[in-house]
Design a protein around this ligand. Structure first.
Ligand code: ADP
Ligand code: TZD
Ligand code: MG
Length: 573
């Protein structure tokens, strides 16, 4: 009898699920974030069995956000595991957000029986997931056969981290996971992807053109975006900025790429530099809404743009880019630093003087706000209390979401190290906070301080259980002003229902963590807040501080109220 007819005796039988885990492991996947159920529970169990960390969440969106931020921090695709249909859909917002922000992640989802899905016969959690995922991600693939697992995983990894990073959807059918196959034969198909994010070198001509334009500038400016932070080209970026003396403006998540107290930072003179700079270098930053599209009253209409981006399609998206430099930022900055011998660019010190004068005025205005003695606290004296503690730490991650809580924290809390500020990003999305906090704590093992508005916290608050279960050194700080933007808005009907922006004014978010054995703190004064934050960080335990903020102080939509449609209804306050 031939060996094929009695497989159990001579072959080492396994199944698609085991091979998927082996393929992930072979490609360096060491952590999976997810929520289990049919058909992926055993996949998570087996991953854990072979030494991959499995971090189980309470909601797939948070698991996806954790995977996305893990990808941003490590430059390896973060992996999120979801069940079919509803679990898949819950993860999709995070996948779309990762794609929008350029974070590399792979959402791996189990799916139901293809034949039943295709005839819409009503399978358990039936959904045509791959096709639904396509518009929300950079690439979507489905693996149908065990012999295609190596290829499917390789394609997903390459799509997630090569070029502009983004979200990738990988569909694993129930049939694939259960497919019996020969272990030895399948192992032979597996491999480690070679150079998954190949360098993409800028053309020497594009570098020359850019440096020549920059050398002609009277008032140059470098805008650092999260693409520059992601690139991990920190030394060359610093060298280029310091050698040329050009002022820099960090976008939100690029804060800390160079320290916020660097003498060339123009962060506190943002309006002035945008209005006056004549040559602007966009270094891994898009000219999107966050930069007013490069148009309008905020900008010098006669300026010239140099843009460094890995994605050439980005150029000219909003304004003409006269010197596009297509390449990965690590390679481009190497060429820029080398090019300084041919173009010994030196920014005119008078330009920095002009900026420094403006910075001094704005710093003074900020100092007045921070010195507020208001009680209940407003955002500024509360943030001063936080700043006093955090300025002494440097090696921590700061997660931040909300409206006023986001904008004011960004302006008050200095960052000193690259990639350590993690926030609502390109979409201004609420709900990323707990996923980002847990994801960054897991992949770095570092202290995380996660500052949320009370509304923002509510989107993913149940993940407090996750952070307690994994005993993570995360301090959640909830700026509790009892509402979306503010807590004292009226119901315009005069009725008793809370207004659309109102949340419970006396909510005590600190009580939530007590249910899970974490440490709780409640702060009503700056002094209490400083003490609570100091103790919470020192303990390295999961903790939550409810910070009572005056419900009347928030601005509608924080600093972007101008984006609200100009309707005739005005907030009464
Ligand atoms: P920000 O919100 O901080 O302004 P964006 O997300 O808008 O930043 O822009 C980041 C840009 O950086 C994107 O256009 C992306 O293509 C680009 N990018 C991401 N990673 C790299 C890299 N390694 N090299 C070059 N460009 C990159
Ligand atoms: N839903 C999602 C997913 N993202 C959003 N950005 C919003 C809704 C709308 N939104 C904002 O843009 S900020 C915000 C919401 C609901 C919450 C603001 O309230 P907060 O912060 O308590 O978090 P402040 O400090 O009170 O402003
Ligand atoms: Mg609020």
């Amino acid at each position: 009898m031939s060996t094929e007819t009695i497989p159990n005796q001579t072959q080492n039988l396994t199944d698609g699920m085991h091979i998927v885990v082996d393929a992930l492991k072979k490609n360096g996947v060491d952590t999976i974030f997810g929520v289990v159920g049919i058909p992926v529970t055993d996949l998570a169990r087996h991953a854990q069995e072979v030494g991959i960390r499995y971090i189980g969440f309470r909601h797939e969106q948070s698991a996806g956000n954790a995977a996305a931020i893990a990808g941003y921090i490590t430059k390896k695709p973060g992996i999120c595991l979801t069940v079919s249909a509803p679990g898949f859909l819950n993860g999709l917002t995070a996948l779309a957000n990762a794609t929008t922000n350029g974070f590399p992640m792979i959402q791996i989802s189990g799916s139901s029986d293809r034949a039943i899905i295709d005839l819409q016969q009503g399978d358990y959690e039936e959904m045509d997931q791959m096709n639904i995922a396509k518009p929300f991600c950079k690439a979507a693939y489905r693996i149908n056969k065990p012999e295609d697992i190596a290829t499917g995983i390789a394609r997903a990894i390459r799509a997630a981290i090569s070029g502009r990073p983004g979200g990738v959807y990988l569909d694993l059918t129930t049939a694939l996971l259960a497919s019996a196959c020969d272990q030895d034969a399948m192992e032979k198909t597996l491999y480690t992807v070679v150079d998954p994010a190949p360098a993409s070198l800028p053309s020497p001509a594009s570098v020359d053109r850019a440096l020549a334009l920059l050398a002609s500038a009277k008032k140059p400016l470098i805008i650092l975006g999260k693409g520059a932070a992601y690139a991990q080209a920190d030394e060359n970026i610093k060298t280029f900025i310091e050698k040329t003396g050009i002022p820099f403006l960090p976008m939100s998540m690029a804060k800390g790429l160079l320290p916020d107290d660097h003498p060339q930072s123009a962060a506190a003179a943002r309006g002035l530099v945008l209005q006056n700079a004549d040559v602007v270098v966009l270094l891994g930053a898009r000219l999107n809404w966050l930069l007013a599209h490069g148009k309008g009253k905020h900008w010098n209409p006669d300026n010239h743009f140099i843009q460094l981006d890995v994605d050439a399609m980005e150029f000219d998206s909003n304004r003409q880019i006269e010197a596009p430099v297509a390449g990965d930022i690590a390679s481009s900055m190497e060429a820029f630093v080398a090019g300084l011998s041919k173009y010994p660019i030196k920014s005119d010190p008078a330009w920095m003087d002009m900026i420094n004068k403006d910075k001094a005025v704005n710093d003074q205005k900020m100092a007045v706000k921070l010195a507020s003695t208001a009680e209940p606290m407003n955002f500024f004296n509360a943030l001063k209390a936080v700043k006093d503690v955090l300025d002494k730490q440097r090696d921590y991650y700061l997660v931040n979401e909300g409206a006023n809580t986001l904008d004011d924290t960004r302006n008050v809390i200095n960052m000193y190290e690259p990639r350590k500020r993690l926030d609502c990003g390109t979409w201004g999305v609420m709900g990323i906070g707990m996923g980002f906090a847990i994801g960054s704590a897991i992949v770095t093992g570092k202290q995380v301080v996660s500052i949320h508005g009370d509304s923002a916290f509510g989107f993913s608050g149940m993940e407090v259980e996750t952070m307690c279960r994994f005993k993570l050194p995360i301090t959640v700080v909830v700026f509790n002003n009892g509402g979306i933007y503010k807590g004292d808005s009226p119901n315009l009907s005069g009725g008793t229902d809370p207004s659309p922006t109102t949340l419970m004014p006396d909510a005590r978010y600190d009580k939530i963590i007590e249910a899970f054995g974490g440490d709780s703190y409640y702060a009503t004064t700056p002094d209490e807040l400083t003490k609570a934050l100091t103790a919470a960080i020192a303990s390295k335990k999961p903790s939550l501080i409810d910070v009572k903020i005056d419900p009347s102080v928030g601005l509608e939509s924080g600093h972007i109220g101008n984006l609200n449609p100009k309707t005739v209804i005005k907030e009464a306050h």
